[in-house]
Design a binder for this molecule. Structure first.
Ligand code: HEM
Length: 497
């Protein structure tokens, strides 16, 4: 355990409060973009195709970017205050780069009209575009800036943990299989931080190479790349980013939930084995995004299905079983923190199941590129990751007594859960009724009942998103009351300390 001086603790708390407030500001802004897209699909407003795809791009990339950033920042805070010394200056450097990267992305999309979607499907950013090449360049620069920030942060955290725990293999928990027993227990959050972020390094480097290739083509238009290679690269980058965001969140659930249940949640051979298997699966599960690419080697398609199935078992099953074992008969008080963790676990399980269904080749031939796809990833990102993040922010903003007394936060979280799942249900229903994803509206679909169904479901979504805004106002009131109360003294005792 790391012992920090009160001044050092204050610095770390200030950093995580800044991160939390930044997330709380950017998140509803990006939800508004989703709201506008659904309004357009419901034919209640008319954005025009260019604006729709611009908003889709900023929404998708922005959400994925800020969710990973706050998830990593939360792990940083827990590691720095408990397990290894980290340099707060580097933490601020990472924060500054992310803010710059996000601002550049907002400029490239909202002003430059860059609208290639997060997947930038090659040769899309160069052929048939409605935006200028500088906007493509700026979007690449913004992602490279964020990528550099994440790489710097991850390398700093993992190298300091390795120094503290006697080497990289000890961070992976391999000492649990050595003869002679374990000399120093490995906190699960330390292992999960390593296993989530190291594959991230490989994915970010791949993403960086791909972005540089795009930039080179802006300057040298005669360049021409293999579209299948570009698609493999972008899917590996994007899938891994979203996947590890979810795993980062489980890190703090392992770390914080025991403070509420009073039961230890330790590393053992099963936990180590399952997370080590996940390390491999994270890297190869993305193949299921390429089922429709017939030029992709067939063996990789089968590997995609096989690994997608396997990847659902170790970390997910072991973690969710552990979560239930923590809670079962634990006489826990259902404050906002455990409530968020349970809801997040449920979102992860439901969305994960829907993802496995879609990764089945026979099913994918029907559901591919329908709104089933946004349905499943919104389930584990919005109803999973965002819940875990709210749980964490409640943890750092409230004391234990305040959490026990807080009713507002809990009411907000319940409304958020009900309206969030209802909003996502419109995507699932759309998938089952063959409503295509990424259509700015459905008016061009020649089959009238598909057009009408898509429009109706989008309108239902608009109603549910309006209720999500109500939930956010309630949750934010509960959180900001506490942040405001302590604005002069950022050192406060976290929830269960
Ligand atoms: C209440 C919150 C949210 C709303 C209202 C919303 C709304 C939407 C809508 C309407 C679409 C377009 C779907 C289509 O027709 O293809 C979309 C796509 C997307 N959303 Fe969300 N979303 C929300 C939360 C999130 C979160 C938390 C994430 C986190 C990663 C996220 C990531 C994405 C991504 C990656 C896409 C796909 C972009 C693409 O196809 O290129 N969204 N969202």
């Amino acid at each position: 355990m790391t012992e920090l001086s009160p001044a050092e603790k204050k610095k770390e708390r200030k950093l995580i409060v800044i991160w939390s407030v930044t997330f709380l500001v950017l998140f509803p802004f990006l939800v508004v973009l989703g709201y506008m897209m659904r309004l357009n699909q419901a034919e209640r407003i008319h954005l025009g195709m260019d604006t729709f795809y611009t908003l889709l791009t900023l929404h998708g990339l922005g959400m994925a970017g800020i969710l990973f950033s706050i998830s990593f920042a939360a792990l940083w805070y827990l590691i720095a205050t408990r397990y290894a010394r980290l340099k707060t200056g580097i933490g601020y450097f990472v924060y500054a780069l992310i803010v710059i990267g996000f601002s550049l992305l907002a400029f490239a999309t909202l002003v430059g009209k860059f609208g290639a979607g997060w997947y930038v499907l090659y040769p899309l950013p160069f052929k048939g575009t409605f935006w200028a090449p500088w906007a493509t360049g700026l979007a690449c620069a913004s992602l490279l800036t964020m990528g550099v920030a994440w790489l710097v942060g991850i390398i700093h955290v993992v190298s300091n943990l390795a120094r503290e725990y006697g080497g990289f293999t000890n961070l992976l928990g391999w000492q649990y299989f050595k003869k002679g027993g374990v000399k120093r227990e490995l906190p699960p959050v330390v292992m999960i931080t390593t296993i989530s972020t190291v594959p991230g390094v490989i994915a970010f480097l791949t993403g960086a190479v791909m972005l540089v290739m795009y930039v080179l083509q802006i300057f040298e238009p005669t360049l021409n790349y293999d579209p299948l290679l570009m698609k493999n690269m972008v899917m590996f980058f994007g899938h891994t980013l979203v996947n590890i965001t979810l795993y980062c969140c489980t890190g703090w659930v392992y770390c914080l939930l025991p403070e509420f249940t009073g039961r230890p949640w330790k590393s053992d051979k099963i936990v180590v084995l399952s997370w080590n298997a996940t390390f491999i699966f994270i890297l190869f599960a993305y193949f299921h995004h390429l089922y429709m690419d017939f030029a992709q080697p067939v063996a990789l398609q089968y590997a995609g299905q096989f690994i997608s199935y396997l990847s659902a078992v170790p970390a997910t099953a072991v973690t969710l079983f552990g979560l239930l074992a923590q809670l079962y008969h634990s006489k826990i008080k259902w404050s906002a923190v455990p409530l968020s963790f349970l809801a997040g676990g449920a979102g992860w399980a439901i969305g994960g199941f829907a993802a496995v269904v879609d990764s089945t080749i026979a099913v994918n031939t029907v559901l591919h590129n329908t709104t089933w796809v946004p349905a499943h990833f919104h389930t584990y990102m919005l109803m999973g990751v965002v819940f875990f993040i709210f749980g964490f922010i409640f943890y750092i903003s409230h004391t234990k007594e305040e959490l026990d007394k807080d009713i507002l936060g809990r009411v907000g979280l319940w409304i958020f859960a009900i309206s969030g799942h209802s909003f996502i249900a419109t995507f699932y229903r759309g998938g089952l009724r063959s409503i295509p994803r990424r259509y700015s509206d459905y008016s061009g679909i020649p089959i009238e009942h598909v057009h009408q169904t898509g429009m109706f479901l989008a309108f239902m979504a608009v109603i549910f998103i309006t209720i999500i805004f109500v939930a956010l106002v309630i949750i934010y009131t509960a959180l900001f009351k506490k942040f405001a109360k302590r604005r002069h003294a950022l050192v406060m005792e976290p929830a269960a300390a």
